[in-house]
Design a protein. Structure first.
Length: 438
């Protein structure tokens, strides 16, 4: 029997569940049937809103007809929404479905984290809209989102603490990353109150590398070899722990760089030394990650669209670090870093967005009773995403065309996420076509 307020429950069959199973219309209540449904749906809502908002900002920059007012730096609003807005909601949908299997614990009932997820989604919508009206709305939205975020972190760690599984490395690494996210988001809120915009942006970048990227590479280390060997049995599931250590060390180096350069590029006699060290480490990490992508079966994965999407997304991480290393070494010659935003977006859009598109599509297909494949529509959206990444990297170059490339990049990005979200969002509010639970 399901007790009111109980955190850990076993799914049961009832007359209500049979009634829901016969209803194939889109219903809000169907979002509560499984963790991935609610988490993914709210994530896509915030994703589409943030993409549409950024497109409007880019149009405002090249047009004289809009003239948007701003009470908060649009760069900070954009960076925060793209880091903390939708990724944590996707993480909840995936991790609260997969990690119970890793840890051999009961799955958390969806209703337990409904309020924290709604707090985050509502908070980020206030964050976007409030940036044009009043600072109180901005801070209120951020505080609301932070409260929901910390609650989901607590629920995740509660799940870890209940486990008796010997191998908890990946789950605990994700848990530590979530704590870094809590501190980063809290630091953002505090520094916005104090008016320290530069430090606030450093908190966002800390969240990107210390939370979002750590979660992605940890899950990739565990799941990409598994997905590959499952689809292609002739490829062994090879996932050495030193590879995870390398990826985590690379992320830690980028967090260190954020705080060493919190007010901009370093100056003084140590600046060239730091640029040389950072550039060399990024080049080394990038080359090793490209090699790891090949060892994980990049070439063989191209025969399977979903696998190819995963592997190409991971490939962007190595390419982004390589670009970052080249930017530092070129900056060493010119006296200041160049293309830093290009390398950042190679990682954020190229790697993280590609992995998001691939993993969310795969999980959504599998847990809604559909064939686990990337059809022509998804495959086309994936390659349009790659074009938008290239446009955004090109816009980071110092040229007269840079500002004009941002608008088509934002337009293509918004079109991709809207089409993708519209399609998959229609699944989450409907029962599985095969009649099974979930």
């Amino acid at each position: 029997m399901r007790a009111y307020g109980q955190l850990w429950v076993k799914p049961v069959k009832s007359a209500d569940s049979q009634l829901i199973g016969s209803d194939h219309h889109w219903r809000v209540r169907h979002l509560l049937l499984a963790p991935h449904r609610l988490g993914f749906f709210l994530a896509m809502l915030v994703l589409v809103a943030s993409a549409a908002w950024w497109l409007l900002v880019q149009f405002d920059r090249v047009s004289v007809t809009v003239a948007l007012p701003y009470v908060t730096s649009p760069t900070l609003v954009h960076a925060t929404a793209m880091t903390f807005g939708f990724f944590p909601l996707f993480f909840v949908g995936f991790l609260f479905t997969a990690v119970p299997k890793w840890l051999r614990v009961e799955m958390l009932e969806t209703r337990v984290f409904t309020v924290p997820l709604l707090m985050q989604a509502t908070g980020w919508l206030l964050w976007l809209g409030g940036s044009h009206w009043h600072t109180v709305l901005v801070l209120s939205g951020l505080a609301l989102a932070w409260s929901g975020f910390t609650r989901t972190a607590w629920l995740f760690w509660r799940m870890v603490w209940r486990s008796r599984e010997v191998d908890q490395l990946h789950a605990r690494t994700v848990g530590v990353a979530w704590l870094i996210g809590c501190l980063s988001l809290g630091g953002l809120l505090a520094n916005l109150v104090l008016g320290a915009t530069a430090v606030a942006l450093a908190c966002v970048l800390t969240g990107l590398w210390g939370f979002v990227i750590v979660v992605f590479v940890t899950v990739a280390h565990r799941m990409v070899p598994f997905f590959t060997s499952n689809a292609m049995p002739f490829i062994a599931a090879w996932k050495p722990f030193w590879a995870l250590g390398l990826m985590l060390t690379s992320a830690a180096l980028e967090v260190l760089a954020v705080w060493l350069e919190v007010d901009g590029p370093m100056h003084g006699p140590m600046a060239p030394v730091w640029m040389l060290v950072r550039g060399s480490m990024e080049l080394l990490s990038g080359f090793v990650l490209l090699w790891l992508a090949l060892m994980w079966g990049l070439a063989q994965s191209l025969k399977n669209r979903l696998l190819a999407m995963l592997h190409i997304g991971f490939l962007w991480l190595g390419l982004g670090l390589l670009l970052g290393g080249v930017a530092q070494l070129l900056g060493l010659v010119q006296g200041t870093p160049v293309l830093s935003l290009g390398s950042l977006h190679a990682v954020a859009m190229g790697c993280l967005a590609s992995l998001m598109l691939a993993m969310v599509t795969r999980v959504s297909c599998g847990f809604t009773g559909r064939s686990v494949v990337a059809d022509r529509a998804i495959w086309t959206l994936f390659w349009l995403l790659q074009v938008s990444v290239l446009l955004r990297i090109a816009a980071a170059a110092q040229s007269v065309w840079a500002s004009w490339l941002l608008l088509p990049a934002a337009l293509l990005w918004a079109s991709v996420v809207l089409t993708w979200s519209w399609r998959l969002g229609g699944w989450y509010g409907r029962v599985r076509p095969d009649g099974r639970a979930g």
